[in-house]
Ligand binder design. Structure first.
Ligand SMILES: Nc1ncnc2c1ncn2[C@@H]1O[C@H](COP(=O)(O)OP(=O)(O)OP(=O)(O)O)[C@@H](O)[C@H]1O
Ligand SMILES: [Mg+2]
Length: 498
């Protein structure tokens, strides 16, 4: 280093030392050339050392990821594209794989799948980086799902419960409320020390804005990161978005935190992957999807798990969303996802139009492992309620034909009708778990039996107010809960009597 007022001798001395240390050598640097470009992909010649997933840099500053290798050319998906990128541009290997910044600085932020902020504020420098695709935790690092993750939605928390580390599919036709369930679940994690990542893949700008605004309005951004790859963006980014969201949550999971990731939605992701694969001339399989789409989704969802105490005890719960066409769950992508996940919540069109919302079809929804994580008290009460509901669904079929039924059956049908009203729930109104227990006890003890179905919502509200202010916890004795229920519902009846 030269001082501010250096002398000529000093300068000459420095130069001489530099020359003495200089050793001529050869540095081999491969250089490729863009052969053609379009639809978010580039074909490049040269670069014989390139491998799948390598990041390429172009001389105009654009970037791409190697996606396909043929004998003479490389197919790459663009991650960043400037207007100067044309056929003939030079490309070189960066020697890096795709990674993104992770850590607490991402809470409350909206980023793209490369970690570039989309909310007009820079991210702090020197954040830890995580590779977008890493191996999922080994079996020995995992624990059984044993803790519940409450969604605040009556039907789910009682009948299709989700555990921390579970992968639960939200499946249904367009516009039946899949995103609403995911949003409610995120909003319900407020104050529960669960970090959330909401990944928006291939959605229209209006929906993206809507979801972000809702998260902000319900103060959910404090513990949430939103990863956005819009429909109008590069397909390469849409393909990477779920992996980016997973990487963010994975970092927290390995630090011992509980996390929740929503992939909204993987149908759009599969379509983008199909588009890229067809453009890169990979052989199409069923429904023109490439054969490895199953492994892409399985790799992604295998990373959601519950780590054992020796590995920090963190967890990643995944809520992938899938769209069906006309309720067809036997299509390729839905069947794939159903087999990969630990259960599904199925939304039904006829229930939605009949005003039963959330339109969850209980008969077709299942949680294969969540029951083990459900609180003992909720499980007991929900089990009794479920029997009544399933019986009602069977009996209801008779009433459709106008058949006369005996008195006991009529009572069961009436009870079922009230239950159906009780299970309805507005969006953005998640309930505390104590309220779930209270209404289950009230129902099982027959407190809703002598009311008309139309009055169920009002009765429920009263119970809600009383339970919210009560000090009882899930483990409190049942007698105390029954007392609370009796007291609160008796008050309403007194108020109703003129
Ligand atoms: N529990 C609910 N109660 C009343 N309305 C609801 C409920 N859940 C969803 N909706 C309504 O259903 C519509 C669709 O909801 P949402 O956007 O969540 O569905 P989606 O399946 O994600 O749709 P898309 O296919 O557009 O992504 C919205 O207008 C929403 O207000
Ligand atoms: Mg949606």
């Amino acid at each position: 280093m030269l001082s501010a007022n250096f002398s000529t001798a000093e300068l000459v001395g420095q130069q001489a030392a530099w020359l003495k240390a200089y050793r001529p050598g050869m540095r081999i640097r491969e250089q490729g050339k863009v052969v053609s470009i379009g639809d978010g992909i580039a074909w490049i010649s040269g670069l014989p050392m390139a491998a799948i997933d390598d990041i390429l840099a172009f001389d105009d500053g654009s970037r791409a990821m190697v996606f396909d290798l043929t004998e003479n050319q490389i197919g790459a998906v663009l991650l960043h594209q400037t207007e100067q990128l044309t056929a003939g541009s030079r490309a070189s290997l960066t020697g890096r794989l795709l990674s993104m910044p992770v850590g607490d600085a991402l809470l409350g932020r909206i980023v793209d799948p490369q970690g570039i902020p989309l909310d007009d504020q820079a991210l702090p420098a020197n954040l830890p980086c995580q590779r977008l695709e890493i191996k999922s935790p080994a079996i020995v690092e995992r624990d059984f799902v044993h803790e519940p993750l409450y969604t605040g939605i009556k039907i789910i928390d009682t009948l299709v419960p989700i555990g921390k580390g579970q992968r639960q599919l939200l499946i249904g036709d367009e516009g039946l409320g899949r995103s609403s369930i995911a949003l409610d679940t995120v909003i319900n994690q407020r104050g529960k020390d669960v970090r959330c990542v909401y990944v928006l893949i291939g959605q229209k700008r209006s929906k993206v804005v809507n979801i972000i605004n809702t998260l902000q309005d319900y103060n959910a951004m404090d513990y949430t990161t939103v990863v956005v790859a819009e429909a109008s963006g590069l397909p390469g980014l849409q393909h990477l978005a779920p992996f980016a969201g997973c990487a963010i949550a994975e970092f927290w999971m390995h630090q011992g935190h509980d996390t929740l990731v929503v992939y909204d939605d993987l149908s759009a992701h599969a379509r983008t992957y199909r588009e890229l694969s067809l453009l890169l001339r990979r052989p199409p399989g069923r429904e023109a999807f490439p054969g490895d789409i199953f492994s892409v989704h399985a790799r992604l969802l295998e990373r959601a798990t519950c780590l054992n105490a020796a590995h920090g005890g963190g967890s990643m719960t995944a809520l992938p969303i899938i769209e069906t066409k006309q309720g067809e769950i036997a299509a390729y992508i839905p069947t794939n996802l159903i087999s990969i996940t630990d259960g599904q919540i199925y939304l039904d069109h006829s229930l939605f139009v009949a005003g039963f919302r959330p339109a969850i079809d209980i008969a077709r929804s299942v949680s294969r492992i969540g029951g083990a994580a459900q609180h003992r008290r909720i499980k007991e009460e929900a089990g009794r309620m479920k029997l009544d509901y399933l019986q009602y669904l069977e009996l209801e079929v008779f009433t459709r034909f106008g058949a006369r039924v005996e008195a006991s059956m009529e009572a069961a049908i009436k009870r079922g009708r009230v239950l159906r009203e009780l299970l309805k729930q507005d969006r953005l109104a998640p309930l505390p778990v104590t309220v779930q227990l209270a209404w289950l006890i009230a129902f099982n003890d027959g407190y809703f039996d002598d009311i008309e179905p139309e009055a169920a919502a009002r009765q429920f509200d009263t119970l809600l107010q009383h339970t919210r202010h009560s000090k009882l916890v899930l483990d409190s004795p049942r007698a105390q809960w029954s007392e609370l229920v009796a007291h609160s519902l008796a008050t309403t009846r007194q108020q109703q009597t003129p």
